[in-house]
Design a protein around this ligand. Structure first.
Ligand code: PGA
Length: 893
């Protein structure tokens, strides 16, 4: 049946037309017509206007060169459509700002004072990771951002840029550049490249945006709140499964961050010097600023009556010295006088505060309101000398091996790995109680052990150089026991980052060790592990001194382990069950959510996700990973970054202070129902993925996993180990490949089985009406179902060698999809997917006709590639198609 015509976002229409013109101008009329024919046929087909097979005629006629051009054209269209949508999203995200949150809380009787008390202890941190899901090259993203900036000028009614060019011409020029820019990376990506990429976001986006947001919030709140919104980073410190990350990358990341940051401070101080031209002949200046000015040794006669300028040249000189001391390089613009570096950010802050006070005093009303000096003080509060906190992460298995080797070489324990948990704990606690170190400088250690020890030493050096905020956290992947936490403390002790207690002083840890629980079993066990941990007096002492403890929970690996529903439910339950454990230990709980863009990796709206957290589990403190393509989508421009960061902050406020919407007794009923549903979903999922003969082979042949593994989109390998077991495959390529084949299994499989088998359908509906957790869970599932397509997926079947096995396995998947689809419609009382979410429906519908031809081309190219054809254009075509489909599906990996 024909759908009603889709009303388009005007930017999409405008950009699509420009792209068409560019293709015609640069690719020729014939190519343009061929692309246009396939496009319009596919659009008509999706609207039910023409027959299903009509599309193939256009595709088969394409030569290999045309295929490449075609795929690029569709990819660019999707990229521009995403851009247009992101702009719209930013402008219209309802209620996701701090002012609305404060108002909403006010209506519930939560006053400003309660909000300020919360903010005093709050910490909200997006943590940027290099997780390999960004398929686009940085040059493509830069062009995209340039177009976004031009569109913004256009919105303001401007016709010309500041350089006097017509805006529409400039946009067309950027699109022409996009058309002529190679989308695929030729060279492999190194960790340094990943660090450099994220630095550009830090410099261009986060450095200006975070202080500006705090300034806005000061107006909203009527007073200055502490700098609770900060920035975190994993790139250069996350070694889990990435042998390319080591002490050198850690040093490089921190040095470059500091270089960018202090370079930024220097520029701001320079600008402030230009601004604060206040003369003692016309205004009064405080003695403190006079003293600062005198200390600066700035003797310039021109500035004799300008104490601010003299004081600022002194500050500039000291900061230039700091730049030199921290980075080993001279500053971009040396100071006019020589001076000692600042010891720490606090010393710099003190000087800036003197200036701020004086300006306020002297200027009365107008100059009193912070301005540039206020933002600079805020920046120093937020970024210190380090810019973003860099976390360390490594796998528990590695720590075990390293500690075992250290113990063995030191003659303490010959076979640590053979010990049971209790014996390990006893041994490690003993080690931590005494002052002796294990490392023997002249002994022969494995490369792994050397590298891990070098890391903790580099971390200790970073603390000395950039301050303790530069590295606050050490995450342990696949954590499952107390000994996993103790092992890391033993390693920290080797570098002086853990100190045993003495008679007078309790033990202390300069870096917080954080377990990452990421399988279903480990999530279930998490409360017990943490209770056992807090029961150790040394752990209790460290925690008490710090006041809080973090636990990280992993969305993707729990999903790969137990399927979508069981994963989200276990995460919910684990958080809920952890809260009383922390309460009892007297420690504030800080959850760190390891989630990606795709629903199979915990994706979906952050605003909704934070608000749907169980009551009592947020309390002002939260960290969330931001990865890959999500970074460009959310933080590509200052405007969108500000909106997304504000959404995160306001959701945190709401989740912490709003009254729970669900009465406890209802929660208990719902929770019992969820246990039943989740366990049925778990069984169905495990049976398919881990219990079906040859499922691994099916997955490897049916999806482009092998080709994805060769894409040059990240510095780390696709598997944690050399095996091809699904358990060892990283969650990202797992989710990514199912998305390419349009199955998107990690987003829904098993849910239908469970919902169908649940007897009390009325209860399910009641739960959906009343419970934000279930609403968010099913909304995400519905989005995934709408992007999946079993008919297109079935075209991938010929790629599997054993057809009988392929048909049987695919049959189970298709049946699972159908039952999930039907149950969802029934519970949500809809006649088709997304009936009640028109905006999302429209957005997805707009994309689908662009994705389907890409799928068909991808399948053809995969067949030819796997049959041994070795034309390099085939490999390129496959990679381009992966790129294009990922772009069109948006949250891809
Ligand atoms: P990880 O991340 O494999 O690095 O733990 C998983 C993900 O982000 O999906």
């Amino acid at each position: 049946m024909a759908q009603a015509p889709i009303t388009q976002n005007p930017d999409i229409r405008f950009l699509g037309k420009q792209l068409g013109d560019v293709i015609r101008a640069y690719g020729g009329e014939a190519l343009f017509r061929r692309i246009e024919y396939i496009r319009s046929t596919s659009v008509d087909r999706h609207r039910g206007i023409v027959e299903a097979d009509a599309i193939d005629a256009g595709l088969e006629a394409l030569t290999l060169d045309d295929t490449l051009a075609f795929v690029r054209g569709f990819m660019l269209f999707s990229m521009l459509a995403n851009l247009a949508e992101d702009r719209q999203g930013v402008a219209t995200e309802p209620g996701a700002d701090l002012a609305s949150a404060v108002e909403r809380l006010g209506k519930e009787g939560v006053d400003r004072e309660a909000i300020m008390v919360l903010l005093d202890q709050a910490l909200v941190v997006p943590v940027l990771t290099a997780h390999p899901t960004e398929v686009r090259r940085k040059s493509m993203i830069d062009h995209r951002n340039h177009i976004a900036a031009l569109l913004q000028l256009r919105d303001r009614g401007r016709e010309e840029t500041d350089d006097g060019e017509m805006i529409d011409d400039s946009i067309r020029r950027q699109i022409a550049l996009l058309w002529q820019t190679r989308p695929l990376r030729r060279e492999r990506l190194y960790v340094q490249d990943e660090i450099d990429t994220v630095l550009a976001y830090m410099r261009d986006i986060f450095l200006p945006v975070i202080p500006a947001l705090h300034a806005r919030w000061k107006r909203t709140l009527g007073e200055r709140a502490p700098s609770f919104l900060r920035l975190g980073n994993w790139i250069g410190g996350d070694r889990d499964g990435n042998p390319n990350v080591n002490a050198d990358t850690l040093r490089y990341a921190l040095r470059r961050q500091s270089e960018v940051l202090i370079g930024h401070y220097l520029e701001l101080i320079h600008a402030l010097g230009a601004e604060l031209s206040i003369s003692t002949e016309l205004a009064e200046v405080t003695p403190e600023v006079e003293a600062l000015a005198d200390r600066s040794h700035d003797q310039s006669p021109a500035r004799r009556d300008e104490p601010y300028r003299r004081a600022l040249s002194g500050i500039y000189a000291r900061l230039a010295g700091t730049y030199q001391a921290l980075t080993g390089n001279g500053p971009p613009r040396p100071g006019t006088v020589a001076a000692d570096p600042y010891e720490n950010p606090e010393a710099l802050r003190e000087d800036l505060v003197e200036i701020g006070h004086a300006v306020k005093k002297g200027g009365g009303g107008t100059l009193a309101n912070g301005g540039a000096i206020g933002r600079l003080i805020r920046a120093v509060d937020t970024f210190g000398f380090h810019l973003a906190t860099l976390d360390l992460r490594q796998n528990a298995d590695v720590h075990e091996r390293v500690v075992a080797e250290l113990l063995k070489v030191a003659g303490v324990e010959a076979d640590y790995l053979a010990l049971d948990e209790a014996a390990r704990v006893a041994l490690l606690r003993d080690e931590l109680a005494g002052g002796r170190l294990l490392w023997i400088a002249y002994a022969d250690y494995s490369d792994e052990t050397r590298s891990e020890i070098a890391i903790v030493q580099a971390a200790a050096e970073a603390h000395r150089r950039y301050g303790p905020q530069s590295i606050t956290t050490y995450n342990i992947s696949k954590a499952e026991s107390v000994s996993d936490l103790l092992e890391v403390h033993v390693l920290l002790k080797e570098a002086g980052l853990f100190r045993p207690g003495t008679g007078e002083t309790p033990p202390s840890a300069a870096i917080m060790v954080v377990p990452l629980f990421e399988t279903i079993g480990d999530l279930e066990n998490a409360p017990k592990v943490m209770a056992d941990w807090f029961a150790l007096p040394e752990a209790a002492a460290i925690t008490a001194a710090r006041g809080h403890q973090e636990v990280m929970v992993g969305y993707s690996d729990s999903n790969k382990d137990g399927g979508y529903l069981t994963s989200v439910w276990s995460l919910h339950q684990a958080s809920r069950a952890l809260a009383p454990v922390f309460e009892q230990a007297g420690a504030a709980m800080q959850l760190f959510h390891g989630r990606g863009g795709a629903v199979g990796r915990g994706g979906g709206s952050s605003f909704a996700a934070i608000r749907a957290q169980p009551p009592g589990t947020v309390k002002g403190r939260i960290r969330i990973t931001e990865q890959g393509e999500v970074i460009a989508a959310k933080y590509g421009t200052r405007e969108s970054a500000a909106a997304n960061l504000e959404a995160m902050a306001s959701a945190t406020l709401l989740a912490s202070l709003e009254k729970p919407s669900l009465p406890q007794k209802d929660f208990e009923r719902y929770s019992a129902a969820m246990d039943t549903i989740s366990s049925a979903a778990f069984t169905a999922y495990r049976e398919l993925v881990y219990g079906t003969d040859d499922f691994r082979t099916f997955f490897r042949q049916f999806t482009p996993i092998a080709e994805i593994a060769t894409l040059k989109i990240g510095s780390r390998p696709a598997s944690r180990t050399k095996s091809d077991r699904i358990e060892d495959l990283r969650a990202i390529p797992w989710v990514f490949s199912w998305a390419q084949a349009r199955v998107m299994l990690p987003g829904w499989y098993g849910v239908g089985h469970a919902l169908k088998g649940f007897k009390d359908q009325a209860l399910l509906r009641e739960m959906l009406d009343a419970w934000p957790f279930l609403q968010a869970t099913l909304a995400n599932l519905e989005m995934v179902l709408a992007k999946s397509d079993m008919v297109i997926a079935s075209h991938y079947l010929p790629l599997v060698e054993d057809q009988a096995m392929a048909q049987a396995t695919f049959g189970s998947i298709r049946d699972g999809w159908q039952v999930t689809h039907d149950c969802l419609l029934s519970i949500t009382r809809q006649t088709r997917l997304l009936e009640k979410s028109p905006a999302l429906d429209h957005s997805i519908r707009l994309r689908l006709p662009y994705i389907e031809p890409l799928n068909h081309l991808q399948i053809e190219l995969l067949k030819r590639h796997r049959a041994g054809e070795d034309d390099p254009r085939i490999r390129e075509g496959i990679q381009l198609s992966i790129n294009a489909i990922a772009t069109a599906l948006r949250n891809s990996g």
